[in-house]
Design a binder for this molecule. Structure first.
Ligand code: GN1
Ligand code: MG
Length: 355
């Protein structure tokens, strides 16, 4: 493996001799390495092309996004650090090597944060960064971005896949997950209120990030957000996807795969701080219908995620990396618990958003 990785690294146009290569990352999709040179570094990623089937389309988006955001940073004098694609030595922005696809970015030094981090300043900064991200992409020139994963946050699509897995899934697992299946079906019904608005195109279409966990924001040592990363799923979407997915991750008092569901709660303080930042970031663009329905987003996104984890469990873990056999079921249970906690707080969430 090492020799293969070294060959791949040497196909990119990097400066300086490599001093360290280390596999890193908790991502469920790609495989990632840190490549260090003496005073700077790079991030090397093997793109999962089972998940992202159109790699050229994905990388075309990536390069447009990196360029546009870099322009925004320069024009607005932002304290963000631009994410840049490193070219291959033949001038491409990704490398095809046998049956695999690779890309490289500049490494941006940052402080480590946990995926359910609730530090008020970091959560506020994350809300502001994700809000500003949508704002800055509102004038992305050219055609709409490629849909890198079609119908990614379309709950009708997720429900249909789930219903298929109830027919074709592993028999043993279908039995084990009987109560989670029932609760997920009820969750989908409860999420219908927002899905109906989406289906009827009541909410404006925007360019959204679509995977807004806190670990997709890099922070400097002064607790300032300096970069939004993981741009793979940036594509047309609605504000709710980003707001909701953030609350699904850092509104959770426990980890996404917490086994002890008693530890899972919805953190209203984090909600407050995040909302303050996000609302500031989107202040110039948010519309009344968006604002009035935003409180439905955390439950909606958590329900979608529960259904995705459960579907994958029933289909024997084809999509998400798992660390043990029931990992996707444990993740499902955690999301279902979080959905209950969110429902209890929905009225309060709406009040805070409208304030
Ligand atoms: C995947 O690998 P990561 O953490 O960036 C997934 C997200 C899920 C998330 C759940 C392309 O993201 O949609 O919300 O796992 N990304 C893709 O943790 O499916
Ligand atoms: Mg991601």
């Amino acid at each position: 493996m090492n020799e293969r990785i070294n060959n791949i690294i040497s196909s990119f146009n990097i400066s300086g001799p490599v001093t360290l290569v280390k596999q890193i990352g908790e991502g469920h999709i790609h495989s990632t390495w840190l490549v260090k040179c003496s005073d700077h570094g790079y991030i090397l990623q093997q793109v999962n092309h089972f998940v992202f089937k159109d790699v050229p389309g994905l990388m075309e988006n990536m390069s447009r996004l990196c360029n546009h955001l870099e322009q925004k940073i320069i024009l607005n004098n932002l304290h963000w650090i631009p994410l840049k694609l490193v070219q291959t030595d033949t001038g491409e922005n990704y490398l095809r090597h046998e049956d695999s696809f690779w890309r490289m970015f500049n490494y941006i030094p940052h402080q480590p944060v946990s995926d359910n981090c609730s530090d008020p300043q970091l959560v506020y900064e994350a809300g502001l960064a994700y809000g500003m991200f949508i704002h800055h992409l509102s004038d992305l020139p050219g055609k709409p971005l490629n849909e890198t994963i079609p119908r990614f946050h379309d709950l009708d699509f997720r429900r249909n896949n789930f219903l298929d897995s109830l027919k074709n899934g592993n028999q043993e697992r279908l039995k084990t997950a009987a109560s989670e299946i029932e609760e997920s079906l009820k969750g989908i019904e409860a999420a219908e209120e927002l899905q109906k608005l989406i289906r009827n195109k009541v909410l404006p279409n925007r360019t959204t990030h679509n995977d807004t966990k806190i670990t997709n924001i890099l922070f400097d040592n002064e607790d300032k957000a300096i970069c939004v990363i993981d741009l793979d799923t940036v594509m047309p979407g609605i504000l709710h996807f980003d707001f909701g997915d953030s609350m699904r991750t850092f509104g959770n008092t426990a980890a996404e795969d917490e086994k002890d569901t008693g530890k899972i709660g919805f953190n209203m303080q984090a909600f407050k701080h995040y909302t303050k930042g996000f609302m500031q970031g989107v202040a110039d663009i948010i519309t009344k219908p968006e604002r009035e329905t935003l409180a439905l987003a955390p439950f909606f996104m958590t329900c979608e995620q529960a259904v995705r984890f459960l579907t994958d469990y029933l289909l024997e873990d084809q999509y998400y990396h798992v660390k043990y056999p029931d990992h996707n079921l444990v993740r499902t249970r955690a999301q279902l618990t979080l959905m209950r906690r969110m429902k209890e707080n929905q009225g309060e969430m709406k009040k805070i958003i409208l304030k």
